[in-house]
Design a protein around this ligand. Structure first.
Ligand code: HEC
Ligand code: HEC
Length: 512
């Protein structure tokens, strides 16, 4: 998309003295004069999604990536997909609420983090483990789940940038699969073996491969978007989907990463009211939002880091949310002292859809974030820490000198919360559409099954039941339910570890 407007993005400093203002006007006049003689500066362009040349776009890869991203069977215990923690309608971030006890490992203290609930801890054999922190409850990540959309433009992903551009095959630890621009691929292989997010302890790529070779893709999902369903009809198994995408049926970590990253690169939230506005549609933003935009770019330093059109500089800063020692952030990657407590600037696109902001997650919305910059977050009782705070690029101010009267600027909040929201993201329409997850159904207590069912094997019990749910009531944990070959109709609600077997011996769904 091309931005035809000539609006410059130079955020001016608030504390200009009159003299500097006058000087500035003179310079501005001078440059206006120069302007008249020279051609106008090139229009700002939203960059196209960068693809590494080792992993160029293909529709087959995109669809496979989308199926993998939304398949809860990608986790060991069938409870978590990537999308569970990265929902489009939450800006690609976390809609749920989880508490991590933070640096002091104690719950209900001031350093608690709002993170993403992952899996209940399990050992190598898939048996439940009484975790020292979370017991038998779902473990929670130590940082909030960021929006994953704009990661496409980020050379280094994760809050601390530890997913680097060079992608080495995680299975042999040495083959270079991508030399440059492979941060998303690098990132994607993390959660699948991570024992908090998706895996039992000690999960290996062989475990993942064995499972994907046998399960029916998206078996647990419902309301599957048409394009995904068409791919599933044409290629109804993972080996077939991998063959369509990569030329043969082989499933490995590198290919899983290539497919997921290809899907992610197809998700560009560039149809916000602001995009339309700067492209010339003056009616795309409300008067209030235009005022917010004007204040932001003329009177604040916010955009020095949240730089349009990406609304991030893809750089790392410490804005003082907590003492650096509690989470060293970027320092853990670089070892450079000034990186203590620095985290990646998140893009502000779609930020109005988020409910756990910043890496700490306890900032609830845009107003709360603004309050934090101005005075420390009063509503959450967190102070702003100035030690190790970064300077503000192209400014002589520091974060704690940012001074916008609290609450006095509903137009800034309106602009950030609404004018940067792509309606396709908010409404989950193509390409941001997705299937419904089983975990969402169970949450709503909606369970419907119409499987042709034969009976179950659980010790001596081989009573035929008419529905899987009926059988599930009777089956012990890790029992086996056998299903006759036949049509698999609706989604399957399972909230215990069971193995489902078809009469021909294929395992449809097996908890590892
Ligand atoms: C249990 C919740 C959870 C699951 C499941 C999960 N993530 Fe994340 N994701 C997170 C959290 C938390 C972070 C931030 C971690 C950090 O930066 O240290 C993150 C970070 C990311 C980022 C980095 C975004 C950026 O801008 O830096 C991407 C991309 C991403 N996840 C994609 C995925 C993919 C792909 C999967 C599935 C293979 C996945 N996630 C599974 C919680 C989750
Ligand atoms: C020095 C660079 C810098 C400046 C200046 C800056 N920010 Fe940020 N902003 C960041 C970083 C870095 C984070 C993430 C901090 C973290 O989690 O540790 C962030 C996070 C945010 C978030 C949360 C986004 C999310 O998805 O979690 C919002 C909202 C935000 N900033 C708005 C603003 C506003 C409004 C201003 C001006 C008052 C501003 N920022 C000034 C760097 C900056």
């Amino acid at each position: 998309m091309v931005y035809m407007s000539a609006i410059p993005y130079y955020p001016f400093f608030r504390k200009l003295t009159i003299l500097r203002l006058v000087l500035f006007s003179l310079i501005a006049l001078a440059s206006l004069k120069a302007f008249a003689q020279n051609p106008p500066p090139p229009p700002q362009e939203f960059p196209p999604a960068p693809y590494p040349h080792e992993n160029t776009h293909s529709e087959e890869k995109r669809i496979l990536g989308k199926i993998l991203f939304w398949d809860e069977q990608l986790s060991s215990d069938n409870t978590m997909s990537c999308g569970t923690c990265h929902l489009p309608s939450s800006a690609g971030g976390e809609p749920r609420f989880g508490v991590h006890p933070g640096f002091d490992s104690l719950f209900d203290t001031n350093d608690d983090i709002v993170g993403s609930p992952g899996v209940v801890r399990r050992d190598l054999n898939g048996e439940l483990v009484d975790d020292a922190v979370f017991g038998f409850e779902a473990q929670v990540t130590g940082r909030a789940s960021p929006s994953f959309f704009m990661g496409v433009f980020s050379p280094d992903n994760f809050w601390d940038g530890r997913a680097l551009p060079q992608f080495i095959d995680p299975e042999d630890g040495e083959t270079e699969l991508i030399a440059e621009g492979g941060s998303l691929e690098n990132q994607a292989v993390g959660p699948i073996l991570n024992s908090v997010e998706m895996a039992h302890d000690g999960r290996t790529w062989d475990d993942v491969r064995t499972k994907l070779n046998t399960v029916i893709p998206l078996l647990l999902a419902s309301e599957i978007p048409e394009a995904m369903q068409e791919a599933l009809d044409a290629t109804p198994s993972y080996p077939a989907l991998f063959e369509a995408a990569f030329g043969d049926e082989g499933i490995d970590a590198g290919r899983i990463a290539f497919a997921i990253a290809t899907y992610e690169r197809s998700l560009i939230p560039d149809e916000t009211p602001w995009d339309l506005f700067v492209a010339g549609d003056r009616g795309a933003m409300t008067a209030n939002q235009i005022e917010g935009w004007d204040i932001l770019r003329n009177d604040t330093v916010c955009l020095n880091c949240h730089r349009p059109p990406l609304f991030t500089d893809n750089n790392f800063h410490n804005i003082g949310l907590r003492p650096a020692v509690e989470d060293l952030g970027r320092f853990d990657v670089t070892g450079v002292n000034r990186d203590r407590g620095r985290f990646k600037t998140p893009s502000l696109r779609n930020v109005g859809l988020k409910t756990s902001l910043m890496h700490v997650g306890w900032v609830n919305d845009v107003q709360d974030a603004l309050n934090f910059y101005v005075s420390g977050t009063q509503n959450t009782g967190h102070e702003q820490f100035t030690q190790n705070q970064s300077g503000i690029p192209n400014s002589n101010l520091t974060i704690n000198q940012i001074n916008i009267p609290i609450g006095d600027h509903p137009e800034i909040v309106d602009f950030l919360a609404n004018a940067l929201t792509d309606p396709r993201v908010a409404n989950e329409t193509f390409p941001f559409d997705r299937p419904t997850l089983l975990s969402e159904l169970s949450k709503m207590n909606t369970v419907f099954v119409d499987y042709e069912y034969v009976g179950m094997e659980n010790g001596s019990d081989s009573m035929p039941y008419t529905t899987i749910n009926e059988a599930l009531v009777h089956v012990a944990e890790a029992g086996v339910i056998r299903i006759a070959p036949g049509s698999l109709g609706g989604p399957l609600a399972i909230n215990q570890a069971v193995t489902l077997e078809c009469d021909d011996g294929t395992i449809l769904l097996g908890a590892e």
